[in-house]
Design a protein. Structure first.
Length: 557
């Protein structure tokens, strides 16, 4: 096996026909003054040739999807491995890309919450779980022996109606007893219900006394109750009262549904936790965590101007008399001056201009030079007008022009977490996935390290390998000096040095061997106290069996 990368006659850019021998499977720094040819040798010669040779080795079909770099101006290079370049550039401009998604930590988190997460009811704060019939039977059989109980199907819960047809259908199926609004009745004697009021109706499926050997009968009755009540069943204890003096009830759900509030959640799977999927993204902000709205302060940037002077900025750029005549008629109707600075107008006048007159009609008189006509209608307001135009237009230019008056605000539905409310109801150790992504890398590393102690045996077994992967990747981010970042931090807000070190941490996590890594000043922007940790990380990358080639200024290394 070749022990060196042998470069002969490199003339790329300002390199002057140089010969270089670089040891393989080593950490090597190319350093020198600015303009000395560091980047030309590292990136434009060594990396370019390594990447070109690797792509050429692929099939014709695969090559069409990859960019083939030009052959560098060099006589001969020997001993190259497939090359990966880690440069100083922002990882992604996509607003959906975050530190968590780039490092794949979020993918493991989605899997973790999908496998061991427990949904909690927003109404009661209690956990809700899907239960099998056998689990329901086991829970019922835990009651003291000789406990008398009614197994019922709650077919109507707080709904208006007469339900005569439902009673008739139940009678045909052979059911004999009902509990209507807290009272038991024979189904033939069921009371007439007032359709104006809400009612609660339970079908008595079985009357039981807890004793050994009841499991088979109870399972059959439980399945019948679940079928009637769409996955719900209730076991009402005849001789046990709750704090309000009513018979105590045990509720069962075959779905992820709160039996008290009816809050339901679809099957818990990883895509439910993805803000890049319609299955998990907040329906209001579409998974961005922010909403754009037209800001009145941008619509009227200079409040010292009057309406006549063009205080309404998006309307002042048009020569169309329509806008001026609209404001003049509105001023006459509401009673304010077009010559007065906007800031001195009354609150009522400002609101009428910006947000409209509601249902109150205004008489508008227009004169386009050819004809004069009159229209009587409510005024929609400048803000609503440009918002409507922004949604209705098919012109990209118009959208871009109007978007200048928009401001981003945190989505009130998901509170910036980007996910559906149902998704945020799923928690591990009382934390939903969004709360953990807002922790710093260092805090998240500590939280995941302490998590196994909070899990039961089955959860711990399921989570073991996932937690190992998450812990390692968070550890890599800490080791390259990025412990202050949050996993929800948008990739486009990262500096070049931060982006490079994130990619470096991802490469360490990939565990590749036999690769040539070319890095561009990885220590830039890094505090001196963190340089030792960065060097240790690079040495670990080398020790995996890779060649690590750094391009760095003299002052950095």
């Amino acid at each position: 096996m070749l022990k060196n990368i042998d470069i002969r006659g490199a003339r790329e850019h300002n390199l002057k026909n140089i010969d270089v021998v670089i040891p393989r499977n080593a950490l090597v720094v190319i350093t020198g003054l600015s303009g000395s040819g560091k980047s030309s040798l590292a990136f434009d010669t060594i990396y370019a040739e390594g990447q070109r040779r690797y792509v050429e080795s692929l099939s014709t079909y695969a090559r069409q999807f990859l960019e083939l770099m030009q052959k560098p101006d060099v006589d001969h290079i020997e001993g190259l491995s497939p090359a990966i370049s880690i440069e100083q550039k922002t990882t992604s401009r996509n607003p959906r890309s975050t530190v968590g998604t780039v490092t794949e930590i979020y993918d493991y988190m989605r899997l973790l919450w999908a496998r061991i997460g427990v949904p909690y009811s927003p109404a009661t704060g209690l956990p809700i779980e899907s239960q099998s019939v056998s689990q329901m039977v086991d829970r019922a059989m835990e009651l003291p022996e000789n406990t008398r109980a009614y197994l019922m199907a709650p077919i109507v819960r707080g709904r208006k109606g007469e339900f005569k047809r439902d009673f008739a259908d139940l009678m045909k199926q052979g059911f004999q007893r009902l509990k209507v609004n807290g009272e038991f009745y024979d189904i033939t004697d069921a009371p007439e219900l007032d359709k104006k009021y809400k009612h609660d109706i339970d079908v008595v499926v079985d009357r039981i006394v807890i004793r050994p050997g009841l499991e088979g009968r109870l399972a059959d009755s439980m399945e019948t109750a679940l079928r009637l009540a769409d996955g719900l069943a209730a076991l009402e204890l005849a001789d046990v009262k709750d704090k309000k003096g009513k018979p105590e009830r045990m509720l069962f759900s075959a779905k992820f549904a709160c039996p008290v509030s009816g809050f339901t959640i679809e099957e818990i799977e990883p895509r439910l936790f993805s803000f890049n999927s319609p299955h998990g993204a907040c329906p209001v902000c579409d998974g961005l965590g922010k909403k754009m709205y037209f800001d009145p302060d941008l619509v009227v940037p200079d409040k010292n101007k009057s309406l006549r002077q063009g205080a309404i900025h998006p309307w002042s750029k048009s020569d169309n008399r329509y806008y001026v005549q609209t404001l003049e008629c509105l001023a006459g109707h509401v009673g304010f001056s077009m010559e007065k600075p906007f800031r001195l107008l009354s609150k009522k006048a400002q609101d009428a201009v910006l947000f409209g007159t509601g249902s109150e009609s205004v008489t508008f008189i227009y004169d386009d030079g050819r004809r004069r006509y009159e229209v009587k209608k409510p005024f929609e307001g400048v803000v609503h007008n440009i918002d409507r135009r922004w949604h209705e237009t098919e012109s990209n230019w118009m959208r871009e022009e109007l978007s200048r008056y928009q401001t981003a605000t945190t989505c009130e539905t998901c509170e910036g977490f980007r996910l559906k409310p149902e998704t945020l109801a799923v928690r591990i150790a009382h934390k939903h996935i969004g709360e953990i992504t807002r922790l710093s890398v260092k805090e998240a590393h500590g939280w995941f390290a302490a998590l196994p102690a909070k899990l039961n045996g089955k959860q711990k077994e399921i989570a073991e390998r996932i937690l190992k992967e998450v812990g390692e990747r968070l550890g890599f981010l800490v080791s390259v000096g990025l412990e202050y970042l949050t996993l929800s931090r948008a990739s486009r807000t990262l500096s070049g040095g931060e982006s490079q070190r994130i990619r470096l941490a991802s490469q360490i996590g990939s565990g590749l061997t036999g690769v040539l890594y070319v890095l561009d000043e990885p220590s830039i922007g890094l505090h001196q106290r963190d340089n030792a940790r960065l060097l240790e990380t690079l040495e670990n990358l080398r020790d995996l069996g890779n060649t690590v080639l750094l391009q760095s200024s003299c002052k950095n290394f």
